[in-house]
Design a protein around this ligand. Structure first.
Ligand code: DGL
Length: 280
């Protein structure tokens, strides 16, 4: 019969759409509750305590929607807060880092892997640690790219500004001779054409979203909670401006998505950092 409860998926904003696309492809019968924390984007420069508090509220919101599993469609949260949140809540949680690291190890031919990610993800060293656990001989060269998420959220993907920023962030990785690049933030696959232009077609771009969704599928099967065929219903929630999110979704998603709804004060998540004293 299967379990018709939805999958919860969250990101700081529109980046999670790159994971949602994989869920549509790999888990087409599953319904999704998407949460974009657009009032608090970008996550990348925030301290661990804030990221944990924001993640906590999102998990509680998703649990109020009766999700059966949570997909962290955010590398920053997958790197920084997933461990703490797994201990707090019994719902299964799947992050991007281990599946992404596995893909990169499989892809590299010269043992030099590049990583672009947010400052918080780079600082956490989640990817170098995950790669070392699988293949200690593979070296990871990291570059924090703080300007990229705001560019995506402003819809400025294929622009001279984006090219200039990427040239700066990718220069040290090019210099190091990486043959594989982990896109360590779910907002970054929107820059793929530009990145390939800068690094050259021989550098393999690794987007952890696909492997992570395959991992989520395995977990659903293992727990016996994969759904059977039926009508799917996706819902989109944001903490910021829903119309702004809809405009970006229309541009970046290959699907026609339902209009996003703003999460209100009455839901199990508050909209601002100012009122989260009890959780910090
Ligand atoms: N898309 C997220 C990630 O994968 C969050 C980036 C941000 O808000 O800084 O890290």
């Amino acid at each position: 019969m299967g379990d018709r409860r939805p999958i919860g998926l969250f990101d700081s904003g529109i980046g999670g759409i790159t994971v949602f696309e994989q869920v549509r492809r790999i888990l087409p019968d599953e319904s999704v509750i998407y949460f974009g924390d657009s009032a608090n984007v970008p996550y990348g420069g925030r301290p661990v305590s804030e990221l944990v508090a924001l993640g906590d509220r999102i998990i509680r919101f998703l649990l109020s929607k009766k999700v059966k599993i949570v997909l962290f469609a955010c590398n920053t949260s997958s790197s920084v807060s997933i461990g703490v949140l797994r201990e707090r809540y019994p719902v299964p949680m799947i992050g991007l880092v281990e599946p992404g690291a596995q893909m990169a190890v499989r892809a590299t031919r010269n043992g030099k892997v590049g990583l672009i990610a947010t400052e918080a993800t780079v600082k956490s060293e989640s990817y170098p640690k995950a790669v070392a656990a699988i293949a200690p001989e593979v070296r990871v060269f990291s570059s924090a790219a703080p300007a990229l998420v705001p560019l995506v959220e402003a819809g400025k993907v294929d622009t001279p500004e984006a090219e200039e920023a990427l040239n700066v962030y990718l220069a040290p990785l090019k210099e190091a001779g990486v043959d594989t690049l982990i896109l360590g933030c779910t907002h970054y696959p929107f820059f793929n054409p530009l990145i390939s232009r800068i690094l050259g077609p021989e550098v393999v771009l690794v987007d952890p979203a696909e492997a992570t969704t395959i991992e989520a599928r395995k977990e659903l099967v293992r727990r016996g909670i994969l759904t059977s065929k039926g009508k799917v219903k996706h819902e989109f929630y944001v903490s910021g401006d829903p119309e702004e999110f809809d405009r970006l979704a229309e541009r970046f998603s290959s699907w026609r998505l339902p209009a996003a709804k703003k999460v209100g004060e009455s839901d199990a998540i508050s909209l601002s950092l100012a009122s989260m004293g009890d959780l910090c």
